[in-house]
Every structure is written in structure tokens, then in C-alpha cells.
Design a protein around this ligand. Structure first.
Ligand SMILES: [Zn+2]
Ligand SMILES: [Zn+2]
Length: 344
């Protein structure tokens, strides 16, 4: 993370947005700072300094009192606002959870501006790096999820090109390719087989018809997790705590198939999801499943949510060696079958 001194106004505003994201604050304040960030990005340093000195920042459309304060403080090397916000929005973790978090080397589920995320791939990668990770898996949505601006074949191919260029610049950090592929109603996947085979890590999730009966949902999920292309089952019950109930399915059948076809069960760290619930997680552990502790971040600040899943993993004593993102990128790729270890 940027050190909290000597930051430019843009960096200071980015940090504010990051902290509000990790506090899951998507309200007026977050929107106002995001807007201010856009305005400041479009200004020259000279104009910004002149307006700060002349106290005329708030005459600009999109710059309010709080944004102006952050800008003025950044220009004068004062970090009071940032320090305070940093303290208020820091994520705490149990000692048991901290041991899991310390073991994580990557994050296998996140979104960028390519679908419904709020940050660029590079910003997500750089933030993950600053959080101590060696790699991320970029998993934007597939085409069927139109509301999330999901990627069709052509946009995915464009993204793969961009990721290859970014990887050259960010090495040794690695952005592994992937997608959060929709599990369609019949259990088929929302992406062509050739591309599924090309991606490093594939997360498959149910996003539609979440209320279907248990029997057809079991058949649907079984088909998806049994696919040789699928590596992670995303947020398995689809619940949104307090808003949407869990989908129902035969856990023994679905998790049994996950264990035998080496599809990891995701511990989704989003605070409104925290999926799977306790009883299902216990069953998945008993059945011998692998796991992935994933942020499912849609903004840089949300990459800091892994501690929520780590706390859960600690409470349930998930075997550390079965958590796939405690492994190196090469070990992970060997497991997903996307690498030729002979080349290493
Ligand atoms: Zn999802
Ligand atoms: Zn997602």
C-alpha cells in the first residue's frame, strides 16, 4: 500500500476510495470521492496547486469540502485525514484467521472494469501485490450475465491480450487468466470449451434461477463441478445474508463430485455472502474437498476481505494443505492442469 506520506492528491483520493471500499461503503461519500478522483485525474498539477492555494477547489463541479480537504492535505504532506480513515476502516482478524491469511499467496476470484468491477486489472494486481500476494486470478463474468457486462468470446480474447502485456510489466507478480463462468440452467457453462481449456483457473457459479428445486439444482451443479474445465465452485448457495436465502442442493452429491473431480469449494469472503454456511462447510471438509479463500473483490479495497474467509476457515479448522491459494502459482497451475511442469 502507498505509504501515508508524500502522496499526490490522486494517490490520496485513490486511498480514500480504497478504504471506503474495504469498509463496504458504497454510499454517497464513496460516490463523491470517486467523482472527485475523476476530476482531479483530469487536472494539471499546476492548476490543482493554484486552486488549493487560492481556496477555490470546491468551485469545481465534483469537488466537495471533504475531497478538497484531502487534496490540500496531500499537497502539504499532512496525512491526518488518511490516517484517521485508515484506522477506522482497517480489517481485523482473529489470531487463528491470521495464520490462514499469512499462508495465502494469491486470490482466485475478482472482477475488473472489464465486467462489473470498479478498478482496472492493473490496479487490482498492484493492490494484491501490496497485500503480499504472488498472483491473482482475474475472473470477470461471462457473457450471459449481461447486467454485469459479462465478457463474450471476443472480449475475453481481448482481455487475454491485455493480461499478457501486463504480466510482462508486473513480473515476477503473475496475473493468471480466468473467468467466473455462469452455470447455466442445464449445468452447461457459459463459455466455449476451447477457451475454457485455455484459461488458467475457471470459477463456475450459479447466478440465475437460484430458487430452483433441490433435485434439478443438484443435477445442474453436479454437471458443472464435474467438468474437467472447472476448478472452483463459486459462492455455492448464492445466499445474500438477510436478503436472499440459500439455494438448496444435495451437498453430499455436489461436494462429493467436487472432491473426486478436484474442484475446489470457494470460501467466498464477501461480507454479504460468506458462503458456504457452517453446516455445508463442515460437510465439504468431511468429504475431502479442496478449498479456495477468495475475496470476489469488485474494487481494490475489497481485496482486503480475505480475512473474513480466513476467520471462518480457522473456526472450522479447514486443513491448510487443502486450500489451493496457499500454493504457489506453479503448484496451482499444475493442479488445474494448465501448466506443463516439464518447462519449470
Ligand atoms: Zn458470482
Ligand atoms: Zn464474482
Amino acid at each position: 500500500m502507498a505509504t501515508l506520506f508524500d502522496v499526490t492528491p490522486v494517490e490520496a483520493l485513490e486511498r480514500v476510495v480504497h478504504c471506503l471500499d474495504r469498509a463496504n461503503d458504497s454510499g454517497f461519500k464513496a460516490k463523491a470521492f470517486t467523482r472527485a478522483l475523476e476530476v482531479v485525474r483530469g487536472m494539471s498539477a499546476a492548476e490543482l496547486a493554484e486552486r488549493a492555494a487560492g481556496n477555490t477547489l470546491t468551485q469545481l463541479e465534483g469537488i466537495g469540502d471533504s475531497s478538497a480537504k484531502v487534496i490540500v492535505q496531500a499537497l502539504s504532506g499532512d496525512t491526518t485525514y488518511l490516517d484517521d480513515l485508515d484506522r477506522k476502516t482497517g480489517i481485523s482478524m482473529s489470531p487463528g484467521g491470521a495464520a490462514y491469511r499469512a499462508a495465502l499467496r494469491g486470490d482466485c476470484h475478482m472482477h475488473s472494469r472489464w465486467s462489473d468491477g470498479g478498478a482496472s486489472v492493473e490496479a487490482m494486481a498492484r493492490t494484491a501485490l501490496s497485500l503480499g500476494h504472488e498472483y491473482i486470478v482475474l475472473t470477470d463474468h461471462s457473457a450471459r450475465l449481461t447486467i454485469a457486462h459479462g465478457l463474450d468470446r471476443h472480449r475475453l480474447l481481448d482481455q487475454l491480450g491485455d493480461v499478457a502485456l501486463l504480466n510482462e510489466r508486473l513480473a515476477p507478480f503473475r496475473i493468471l487468466t480466468g473467468m467466473e463462468v455462469d452455470i447455466l440452467e442445464d449445468g452447461s457453462l457459459d463459455l466455449d470449451d476451447d477457451l475454457l481449456g485455455e484459461l488458467d483457473v475457471v470459477v463456475a457459479s450459479v447466478h440465475s434461477k437460484l430458487r430452483m428445486d433441490s433435485d434439478p439444482m443438484t443435477v445442474r451443479m453436479l454437471a458443472a463441478v464435474s467438468s474437467p474445465h472447472v476448478d472452483v465452485l463459486g459462492h455455492c448457495t448464492g445466499r445474500l445474508i438477510g436478503k436472499r436465502p440459500e439455494s438448496t442442493f444435495d451437498a453430499d452429491v455436489v461436494f462429493g463430485a467436487c472432491a473426486s473431480s478436484r474442484t475446489a469449494v470457494e470460501l467466498n469472503c464477501r461480507p454479504e455472502r460468506l458462503d458456504p454456511p457452517a453446516d455445508l462447510l463442515n460437510r465439504a471438509i468431511e468429504l475431502g474437498c479442496f478449498f479456495a479463500i477468495n475475496s470476489d473483490a469488485h474494487a481494490t479495497g475489497q481485496l482486503e476481505w480475505q480475512p473474513f474467509g480466513c476467520d471462518t476457515a480457522s473456526q472450522h479448522a479447514v486443513p491448510l494443505e487443502r486450500i489451493i491459494n496457499t500454493w504457489s502459482a506453479d503448484e496451482l497451475l499444475a493442479w488445474t492442469g494448465r501448466s506443463n511442469l516439464a518447462s519449470h
